[in-house]
Design a protein around this ligand. Sequence first.
Ligand code: ZN
Ligand code: ZN
Length: 361
Amino acid sequence: MGAKREADYKGRLRGLRTLLGDKLDALLVSDLKNARYLSGFTGSNAFIIVTRDEAFFLTDPRYTAQAGEEVKGFRKRIFRKALDEISALVLEKRIKALGFEAANLSYATYRKLAKALPKARLRPAEGLVERLREKKDPFEVERIRASASLLDTGFRKAARLVRAGAIETDAAFSIEADLRRRGAEAMAFDTIIASGARGSLPHGRASGKRIKKGELVVVDMGVLRDGYNSDETRTFATGRLKPRQREIYGIAKDAQAAAINAIRPGARASDVDGAARKVIERAGYGKFFGHGTGHGVGLDIHERPSLGPLSEDVLEEGMVVTIEPGIYLPGYAGVRIEDMALVTKGGCELLTKTPKELVEL
Ligand code: ZN
Ligand code: ZN
């Protein structure tokens, strides 16, 4: 592999400025993932203010050196009290209409800011940077690809460890330790290992249950690597299954294939969901598939777009989405199969590659 790609932070700022429209003079970015996206900063305390022709990066003294290394192309300010520095900057730059990230900035902070800036118009802005983040650039695709491929090694381990006799949490711990050794910064979320009837809980975190013979076991994991998340689910079988278990596995697999087939630039996210849902409904299990078919993945484990029946999102080349239909029969069993797909010109490419054939060991 050659040298790592550099992120195009200038291009991202340009993109954000086009979204400011004529209603906002500047945007105050308080969401740390958004701040990382715009600047490359990986620390835990920062604000960014983007005006039409300038960009300011604000952090506290713990991060002076780190910001010096990571953040280029911004005017930097080190603060003792973030709100004082933000207010001073807004006054100094004569910013009148300041957008803030309504989904992130707390009401308490908003009130303090409004008090400090009685003459500024504070405008709730939603999803501006998030909209840019929907489409991944080559820098991000490279990282997401690496995160997904690391995760695949965890599933190879899972295929060996998720066996009759193992305890769910023990298996989870061994897989997680292995992933951490191989370069995962953290797990993206609490690992789900849900065997037998527990599989009918779509978010059944690994428990003290011992896995039995002849069960379906839902394993849903994700890792964080280089700031980027991955997300994948496989359902394993521990020994010979009953016809009904085999039936729901086959339906979920067909549903997933139908959704993957429907992915292309210009496709409505709700239609991709519909493709999976139709397969499950026609097989008579419609009411046992309660969640949406997928979601975007990137700096956040769940981000835009959303692939559900009510979504208004439209897929575009460069988006990375999960496709994860499932069937959950309460008290009996569950199955879910999830891959990450990169939307390409001609359709999509799967970034997670663990085999999906049901192996009844
Ligand atoms: Zn998942
Ligand atoms: Zn997911």
